[in-house]
Design a protein around this ligand. Structure first.
Ligand SMILES: Cc1cc2nc3c(=O)[nH]c(=O)nc-3n(C[C@H](O)[C@H](O)[C@H](O)COP(=O)(O)OP(=O)(O)OC[C@H]3O[C@@H](n4cnc5c(N)ncnc54)[C@H](O)[C@@H]3O)c2cc1C
Length: 421
């Protein structure tokens, strides 16, 4: 593609995942001309369910997309943590009460359904959607930025948003880092509910079984017609430095000794593909000139807080709100947005929030996967938590901060060795 062929957009988004689509929507809502380029030949998402917390359903509501998303998803009743070895309940969250507290629901939805909701939103709003366009290089130019595609074409705009995921090409302009291998691997499986009806499952809840170096998640999808399962474990082969890690034989070994509810779920996982879990060290600089990182390109987390897609959607919303504040009249010179101010405001608030989430996700994973005495201490802490205690959630599920002073304090941490067992 060459910009000479078509009208130059104000904004070029690279990557058509949940992050790219949501920022495209956020910016076209501000009256900008937005073009989005995705490397794949067609738009889509591979994978199973997503948990979408109130800090994101609030934004979907603002975009007028929440009703459609809720119709495709499920609003579960409880989130329940159990010990994976004996299925004993450790703690639960009343999700209806949580909705009252934060004003918006906790939703679970098939990843392709949420992606479809955002894609249709972009289509209706007039985002120019391009597939089969793999960006090979980014560069700043006078008054904007340019990308070059595989095959030689190029495109440019006042601003380029790189929503190109964990292995972002644009990130290399800012930092020379690599994804951090957690040595954990995820298996997924979304299947018709009928196949698990006899498995002692919760039909209306999100259930998390935490076990030694492993955990297992279950929740309903698609109005309860489907059931989502995620099995995550530490791979001994990854720890040993072997390339071929996370294979199904490791899955079966990792969950030996777990309760019958988990055991019954394991054979139903997709066994022909698995997802190795990487994050990156937090990055506090996301913008270089007129090129800005967004979503996993900026802050890929381990998935234990279920906030990766949520943060990507928040990024787009925050940028859209700052564009709105900095938007003068369009002229023949361009969109009229003061991009320096809008990008500075974006970078002033999002990296710190996402740093907290990425680091908390790591510690959350450690907490879930404890063995021996620490497992007992963890269980004691969880059992002592009141169902209606939100002190661990207020910092994350409240309204997304637009400025650093709106970012809430983090939760008070409880040292495990403070617990007598
Ligand atoms: C097992 C698991 C469970 C998860 N559960 C949750 C959950 O419950 N809740 C939650 O909020 N998050 C969850 N996440 C995290 C979430 O999936 C990601 O954080 C989110 O999808 C990131 O979206 P993104 O658009 O930034 O990146 P991606 O989804 O990686 O999208 C990047 C897009 O850019 C395209 N692209 C890449 N490079 C180029 C290029 N050079 N040129 C053009 N296009 C390019 C890719 O094809 C892709 O379409 C989970 C993740 C995993 C692995």
């Amino acid at each position: 593609m060459n910009t000479t062929d078509t009208q130059r957009p104000d904004v070029l988004v690279i990557g058509g995942g949940i992050g790219g689509l949501s920022v495209a929507l956020a910016l076209i809502r501000q009256g900008l001309r937005v073009r989005l380029c995705e490397q794949a030949p067609a738009f889509g998402e591979v994978g199973a369910g997503l948990q979408i917390a109130p800090n994101c359903t609030r934004i979907l509501h603002a975009y007028g997309l929440l009703d459609e998303a809720v119709q495709l998803g499920v609003l579960p009743e409880y989130m329940i943590m159990k010990d994976a070895l004996n299925a004993a309940e450790l703690t639960r969250v009343d999700l209806k009460d949580m909705e009252r507290r934060y004003g918006f629901p906790y939703m679970v939805i098939h990843r392709s359904d949420l992606h479809g909701v955002l894609l249709r939103g972009c289509e209706r709003a007039g985002v120019e959607l391009v597939t089969g366009a793999r960006c090979a290089a980014y560069e700043n130019i006078e008054g904007g930025a340019r990308v070059t595609f595989d095959g030689g074409g190029s495109d440019e705009a006042e601003i380029v948003i790189a929503a190109d995921g964990l292995r972002s090409v644009a990130r290399k302009l800012i930092v020379d880092d690599e994804p951090v291998n957690s040595a954990y691997v995820a298996y997924r499986g979304a299947i018709p509910f009928e196949r698990v009806r006899a498995n002692d499952v919760h039909e209306k809840d999100v259930v998390l079984y935490v076990g030694p170096r492993c955990h297992f998640v279950q929740y309903p999808l698609r109005d309860g017609q489907m059931f989502n399962q995620v099995a995550v474990f530490q791979s001994p082969k990854a720890l040993a430095g072997e390339d071929d890690w996370g294979t199904p034989d490791e899955l079966d070994c990792a969950f030996e000794g777990t309760c019958h509810q988990v055991q019954k779920g394991l054979p139903l996982m997709w066994r022909d593909r698995w997802w190795r879990m990487f994050d990156r060290e937090p990055l506090m600089k996301w913008v270089t000139g007129r090129i800005a990182l967004l979503g996993d390109a900026a802050h890929p987390p381990l998935q234990y807080m279920a906030q990766g897609a949520v943060m990507a959607i928040e990024d787009g919303w925050v940028l859209g709100e700052h564009v709105s504040a900095q938007h003068a009249k369009r002229s023949e010179k361009g969109s009229g947005v003061d991009w320096e101010k809008a990008l500075a405001a974006y970078e002033a608030v999002r990296p710190e929030h996402c740093r907290r989430v990425v680091l908390t996700a790591r510690s959350w994973g450690e907490l879930w996967h404890h063995v021996a005495v620490e497992r007992e201490q963890r269980n004691a802490v969880m059992r002592a938590r009141d169902t209606y205690d939100y002190s661990f959630m207020d910092w994350i599920y409240g309204a997304t901060a637009l400025t650093p002073d709106q970012e809430p304090e983090m939760y008070p941490s409880i040292p495990l060795d403070s617990v007598e067992i």
